[in-house]
Design a binder for this molecule. Structure first.
Ligand code: 5RP
Length: 219
C-alpha cells in the first residue's frame, strides 16, 4: 500500500471525528481506513455511549481501544455510521465489501441516521465497477448465483478460502460497468441465495470525505 494512500486514509479518518457525537451510539465499519478511525477514537476519547461494529475484526480493535461494543438489537438508534469504501462515484453510491463485511455494513448503514464514508481519493471514480463487485451468497447457492450473475453481464469469481463472519461465501463480480447502480443492486437482490451485494446505491453515503495530497475533499 502506497504511503500517500495511507496518509489520505488517515486524513479522512481524522476529518470524520467532527461527525462523532458525544453521548450517542456510533456505527463503525471495517477496513484499513476505519482502523485509522478507531486509533483516533482511542486517542481522543470522545465520550460516545459505544459502538456497533460491522465485523469481528473491528470488534476486536474497538475492544482493544477500550470502546464498548454494543449489540445492534439492544440499540434503538445509531446517530452516525462511519465506514470506508472500495469505490465511490460523485453521487456517493459505493462499492464495498473488499473486506468481506458487506452484509453487516449494509445493515448498519440502513439503521444509521447519517452515513459518513471515508476514503483516500483514489477511490473516486466516474462509473462504478472497475473494482470487482463483492456479493455475499449462501454457500449451497454459490454456483447458481454465479450463473445468474453471468446473465447480468458479470464475470463472478469465487473468493476461495474466505468465509464471512456470517458463515457465507463471496463472489467478486468482474467486468461490470455500473451505469445504473440502483437497478443493478435491485436485480442482484432478487437472485435467490444472495445475502447482500456490495453495491450501496439505494442507500448511498450521506457524506463522502476523501483524503489526498491536496488535503480533504467533502461531497
Ligand atoms: C470492508 C469494506 C471496506 O470499507 C473497503 O474494503 C475499504 O477498505 P479499506 O479502508 O481498507 O480501503 O467494505 O468490507
Amino acid at each position: 500500500m502506497a504511503t500517500s494512500q495511507n496518509a489520505g486514509k488517515q486524513a479522512a479518518a481524522r476529518a470524520a471525528l467532527e461527525y462523532v457525537t458525544p453521548g450517542k451510539v456510533l456505527g463503525v465499519g471495517t477496513g484499513s481506513t476505519v482502523n485509522f478511525l478507531v486509533d483516533e477514537l482511542a486517542t481522543r476519547r470522545i465520550p460516545i455511549i459505544g459502538a456497533v461494529s460491522s465485523s469481528n475484526e473491528s470488534t476486536q480493535r474497538l475492544e482493544a481501544a477500550g470502546i464498548p461494543v454494543l449489540d445492534l438489537n439492544d440499540v434503538g438508534e445509531i446517530e452516525t455510521y462511519i465506514d470506508g469504501a472500495d469505490e465511490t462515484n460523485p453521487r456517493r453510491q459505493l462499492i464495498k465489501g473488499g473486506g468481506a463485511a458487506l452484509t453487516r455494513e449494509k445493515i448498519i448503514a440502513a439503521v444509521a441516521r447519517r452515513f459518513v464514508c471515508i476514503a483516500d481519493d483514489s477511490k473516486l471514480v466516474g462509473v462504478l465497477g472497475a473494482f470487482p463487485l463483492p456479493v455475499e451468497v449462501i454457500p449451497m447457492a454459490r454456483a447458481y448465483v454465479a450463473r445468474q450473475l453471468v446473465r447480468l453481464g458479470g464475470r463472478p469469481v469465487w473468493r476461495e478460502k474466505v468465509v464471512t463472519d456470517n458463515g457465507n461465501h463471496i463472489l467478486d463480480v468482474h467486468d461490470l460497468r455500473i451505469t445504473d447502480p440502483v437497478a443493478l443492486e435491485a436485480a442482484i437482490n432478487q437472485i435467490v441465495g444472495v445475502v447482500t451485494s456490495g453495491l450501496f446505491a439505494a442507500r448511498p453515503a450521506d457524506l463522502v470525505i476523501l483524503g489526498g495530497p491536496t488535503g480533504i475533499r467533502t461531497f
